[in-house]
Write a protein that binds this ligand. Structure first.
Ligand code: ADP
Ligand code: MG
Length: 569
């Protein structure tokens, strides 16, 4: 038997980085801009704490595309690097200067917003470039350095005559990646990943129209001027304190997030916590239709204002993925697989924090302006009902504000509902019987019949209502839900005096016989008595359990919801 040592050579690392480190080529720009931002934030921090007296000024990050020479430039006015620092930070793969900085300035820098921490981001440049140059001048009074590398472990490091402080990264773009020499494509990337980063990012210039003065003649043509094309809003709403924001600010930010969305959000929830994890964000309840197949990739996840993904599965409980907005947390371990994510303790805490905040917000809306809450119920019920069904903690909280509307637009909470029907709607076993309709038109005559008996009829028409009723029945004591067209309605204790039929017994029997020929007997019951107080000549009813089983089979199995599965019933 032979034993030996596998020789892991650094030469192997470039092909690995290129192929596997990031599956998505396009993130190279995000990584380089993150480094440029870090370099600028570091300088800001050092000037803030008085470690240096260089002028911080109003730094911007410039992105330039040189299509002719097939180059992309990323230029910052940040901290820069000395020759020794290039050796240390760049040549040592997986050594993070960002982490070192945070370690060194531990207490003062923890809120500085520094992004990097794995020490690998820079090398993503080699996913799209066959050669990368760094020309950099440190804020310390030292000569500039010029580093060049062609994607092997060989590099050159020499002096440079760069005068201005900061770093310029030059990518010599691969033939296969020439899409990134298109201005549109770069702008698309900048808007996707960098739209809310904290240092202004300039991508050339643009023409802006100057608004005409009020007294301008009718045929006056507005003039344009050339201005910097700044891609980002460095102070997005979620980074501010809720007390500094008006309702309109939240609406404006919604528009910024979803420029193509014309409908206003119903309300927002500002998330803001720094212990035991860091998380900020704003979630919006959009106007929601009955349709559960709503688009679910509308919540954007950021880390320190850098866009990461719009797939928040595992981080936000499933029922809340129907919402919109942003979540920003440096504490979500995104370098690991999604299945690990779901088991991660911190992520579980984040998910339950978000659930709690949403429940609290709904509760306070309900308490503070019930009328408004009732008016919005139809647009938000799908989320709430689905949440009650899938998250037990949410169920407990939501029972205080979830509404059960009647056919006549009265809105009851569950407790109020029980109170309202307890005198009139019980069966022989002492169960409260809640009558409901799922379709006003189809069940019209049944609804009429029930109302005339003095019963309250709810209108419950969500696609998942059968599941929720099942859950309500099993978690509450002595209550059953019965659809108005079910045979259970007759089991209610009669409070009315006897009704007299207009048909003779013979006529009734004949009519009943005729109907039984066409309606399958084993599933339905034909009732002649029920017609007494309604305009309908007779009623066909079906056992509640049978109908509900069928419905649950149709909506179960996850197919309807796109993600995940309905709970086992
Ligand atoms: P990370 O950002 O996670 O620390 P990177 O691989 O992205 O790792 O970058 C490695 C290091 O190189 C940084 O930590 C920083 O010290 C240095 N660096 C990269 N880009 C710049 C820049 N534009 N200005 C100054 N230093 C930089
Ligand atoms: Mg980095």
């Amino acid at each position: 038997m032979a034993t030996g040592k596998i020789n892991v050579s650094v030469d192997n690392i470039f092909p690995l980085i290129k192929k596997f480190l990031y599956s998505d080529h396009e993130i190279f720009l995000r990584e380089l801009i993150s480094n440029a931002t870090d370099a600028t934030l570091k300088l800001k921090h050092l000037t803030n704490i008085g470690e240096t007296d260089v002028e911080y000024g109003n730094p911007v990050i410039d992105i330039k595309v040189d299509k002719e020479n097939k180059k992309i430039h990323v230029i910052d006015q940040g901290i820069g690097m000395t020759k020794e620092e290039v050796e240390k930070y760049i040549n040592e793969v997986a050594f993070s200067g960002a982490e070192e900085f945070l370690e060194k300035y531990k207490d003062s820098a923890k809120d500085s917003g520094i992004i990097g921490h794995f020490g690998l981001g820079f090398y993503s440049a080699f996913m799209v470039a066959h050669k990368v140059e760094i020309i950099t001048k440190s804020y310390k009074d030292e000569p500039a350095a010029h580093w060049t590398c062609s994607g092997t472990t060989e590099f050159t490091l020499e002096g440079s005559d760069k005068q201005e402080r900061g770093t310029e990264i030059i990518l010599h773009v691969n033939e296969d990646d020439e899409e990134f020499l298109e201005e549109n494509r770069i702008e698309e990337l900048l808007v996707k990943y960098n739209k809310f980063m904290p240092i202004p990012i300039r991508f050339g210039t643009k023409e802006e129209t100057i608004p005409l003065p009020d007294d301008a003649p009718e045929d006056a043509k507005p003039e344009t001027k050339t201005v910097d094309n700044i891609i980002n809003n460095p102070d997005p709403a979620w980074t501010k304190q809720p007390t500094d924001l008006e309702d309109q600010d939240y609406k404006d930010f919604y528009r910024e997030l979803y420029p193509m969305q014309f409908e206003e959000p119903l309300f927002h929830i500002h998330l803001n916590v720094d212990y035991p994890f860091n998380l900020t964000g704003i979630l919006y309840f959009p106007k929601m239709s009955q349709d559960m197949n709503i688009q679910r990739d509308k919540i954007q996840l950021y880390q320190n204002q850098v866009f990461v993904t719009d797939n928040v599965e595992g981080i936000v409980p499933e029922f809340l993925t129907m919402l919109r907005g942003v979540i920003d947390s440096p504490d979500i371990p995104l370098n690991v697989s999604r299945s690990y994510l779901q088991a991660d303790g911190a992520v579980k805490k984040i998910s339950s924090y978000i659930t709690r905040k949403v429940a609290d917000k709904l509760k306070s809306l309900f308490n503070n302006s019930r009328e408004d809450f009732e008016a919005k119920w139809n647009d938000i019920k799908v989320v709430i009902e689905y949440g009650m069904l899938t998250e037990d903690k949410f169920y407990d909280k939501a029972q205080k504000f979830a509404l059960y509307p009647t056919i006549d637009n009265e809105y009851y909470t569950f407790e109020e509902l029980k109170e309202a029907i307890k005198g009139n709607q019980t069966d022989k076993d002492g169960n409260l019987v809640v009558l409901y309709a799922s379709n006003q038109n189809e069940q019209h005559s049944y609804i009429q019949a029930a109302k005339e008996k003095g019963y309250k009829v709810l209108l419950l028409d969500s696609p998942i209502i059968s599941h929720l009723l099942q859950k309500l029945e099993s978690s509450e004591e002595k209550i059953t839900f019965t659809r108005v067209d079910s045979d259970h309605v007759d089991n209610l204790i009669k409070t009315d005096e006897e009704k007299i039929s207009k048909l003779s017994d013979d006529e009734k029997e004949k009519l009943k016989g005729d109907f039984e020929k066409v309606v399958p007997k084993e599933n339905y019951t034909i009732q002649m008595e029920a017609m007494d107080s309604t305009a309908a000549p007779l009623m066909i009813t079906q056992p509640e359990f049978m109908r509900r089983m069928k419905e649950m089979q149709q909506t179960g199995g996850g197919g309807m919801f796109g993600m995940g599965n309905m709970p086992e019933m």
